[in-house]
Write a protein that binds this ligand. Structure first.
Ligand code: FRU
Length: 468
């Protein structure tokens, strides 16, 4: 029994060859979602980065295009963002045209200096020209990176990190090429690891016409699943900058959701992450490629007693309905007639008298990954103790997080689960997207089963559907 690294996930983007990490330059433009990404095309290890490129119209099927920005031994092209400069404020396009403009970090391995550079494209991101006046922002720092640009009124704003300081710096510009420092945020929240890949996103509050500013910050160490993690701050953004109005929380409670940023110019906030962890990313089984993106996730905020909580809904394939249960009592483990390595389970289960309940996915001989709800403790666990090839023995194999409110009177009510399994990953959403947990798993391809279980009492499956 062993994992086969040649098999690609079905709906998660992987590069044709080589190493992948952060998503870069996410933008919706001319009917396409552009996914640029940190890419070291000729190696399964990180190295001098380039920007790989893929496009999609549904966020599930991807077409990989030629490398967009080619790095070299003397100039590594690190993370950044793309905007559509509709009014040609940059002047980078000929009159009457509107360029896509990329802002990225140039890493100079000779000096360690990280400076911000620009490039533009006039052909829907297919080819790029770097700006002759690069860098556009250089403060002589060796830990200053990951510019994320967004529109602000008629002008532009950009957030990037002073990674070692654990701060997010806000700059403003009228032309994308000259940048003025405006304000600084942090250190605050989780600060065990260096800060990376910030994004400031306007997110709607469910059931209202309100929005709030959400600052996403990736933290390289000390995450909830061990190693890299992502935090968010809900707050306010005005001319003085960003201020948090509530304590930091984790975006995802698993180990493999990092460096997520949002798509520019979409109709709603949608983020996508690198589905790995700097602590072991280079140990993940691989042959032709190493690394994949998460599914894209739609963001909203939900009002709770403790404040506004981030809600994430995956953009998942509808798929074919292969199993459906309604109104069924559950006292032990019920195997479901599923044989697949990619599937999606949506379930609503009333815990009843059960001590524990949940799902086992990718079930095979001696292998399974467990999603376990403990109603009394009020926890959800994603357990990859028996998930297949172990690449991170020094990290906890069980990730545990607080169970979101179930919505019933007196704290009762059904647990709502959505689980997306795709060859080498499990993404779990609990409570209508209120809690997310993402882990890579490396099971044998024959571990293709699925069970639903209850222990120590009777749970009630109100509804359970499996789509492949
Ligand atoms: C985050 C990161 C960024 C950097 C890039 C280099 O994963 O470390 O801070 O720009 O990866 O590949």
């Amino acid at each position: 029994m062993t994992f086969d690294p040649a098999v690609r996930p079905r709906d998660h983007f992987t590069p044709q060859r080589g190493w992948l990490n952060d998503p870069n330059g996410l933008v919706v433009h001319d009917g396409e979602h552009h996914l640029f990404f940190q890419h070291h095309p000729h190696s399964l290890e990180p190295g001098p980065m380039s920007w790989g490129h893929a496009v999609s119209t549904d966020l599930l099927t991807w077409t990989e295009l030629p490398t967009a920005l080619v790095g070299s031994d003397s100039e590594h092209i690190w993370s950044g963002s793309v905007v559509h400069d509709t009014a040609n404020t940059s002047g980078l396009a000929p009159d009457g045209r509107a360029p896509l403009v990329a802002l990225y970090t140039r890493f100079d391995p000779a000096t360690g200096i990280q400076s911000q550079c620009a490039a533009h494209s006039l052909d829907r991101g297919r080819t790029w020209e770097t700006y002759a006046g690069n860098p556009v922002l250089d403060i002589g720092s060796t830990a200053f990176r990951d510019p994320k640009v967004f529109r602000e009124g008629d002008g532009w704003a950009m957030v990037l990190v002073l990674a070692e300081d654990r701060t997010v710096e806000l700059y403003r510009s009228t032309d994308l090429l000259t940048w003025e420092h405006a304000s600084s945020f942090g250190p605050e929240g989780f600060t065990d690891g260096v800060w990376e890949c910030p994004d400031l996103v306007v997110v709607p509050v469910e059931g209202t016409s309100e929005t709030a500013a959400v600052l996403l910050v990736s933290v390289q160490a000390g995450g909830p699943g061990g190693g890299s993690g992502m935090q968010y701050f809900v707050g306010e953004l005005d001319e003085r900058g960003f201020r948090s109005t509530q304590a930091a929380r984790w975006v995802d409670h698993g180990a493999d959701f990092y460096a997520a940023i949002s798509y520019a110019d979409g109709p709603e906030p949608v983020v996508q992450a690198w589905m790995s962890n700097w602590q072991y990313a280079d140990r993940v089984p691989a042959t032709d490629f190493r690394g994949s993106m998460s599914l894209a996730r739609r963001l909203s905020l939900r009002r709770r007693d403790e404040g506004l909580v981030l809600v994430q809904r995956p953009v998942a394939r509808a798929g074919e309905l292969v199993v459906e249960l309604t109104g069924q009592n559950l006292t032990d483990t019920l195997p479901l007639p599923v044989e697949a390595t990619s599937y999606r389970v949506v379930a609503e289960i009333e815990p009843g008298t059960a001590d524990r309940l949940g799902l086992q996915v990718r079930v095979g001989e001696g292998e399974h990954t467990t999603i376990r709800i403990d109603p009394a403790a009020g926890t959800v666990a994603l357990d990859r103790t028996r998930s297949g090839v172990e690449v991170h023995p020094e990290f906890p194999a069980v990730h545990t997080a607080p169970l979101p409110p179930r919505g019933g009177p007196g704290g009762g009510g059904p647990v709502r689960l959505e689980v997306v399994v795709d060859v080498a990953s499990v993404e779990v959403f609990v409570g209508d997207g209120e809690l997310a947990m993402t882990d890579q798993v490396f099971p044998d391809p024959t571990s293709s089963g699925l069970t639903v279980f209850a222990e120590g009492g009777t749970a009630h499956v109100l509804h359970l559907a499996v789509h492949v």
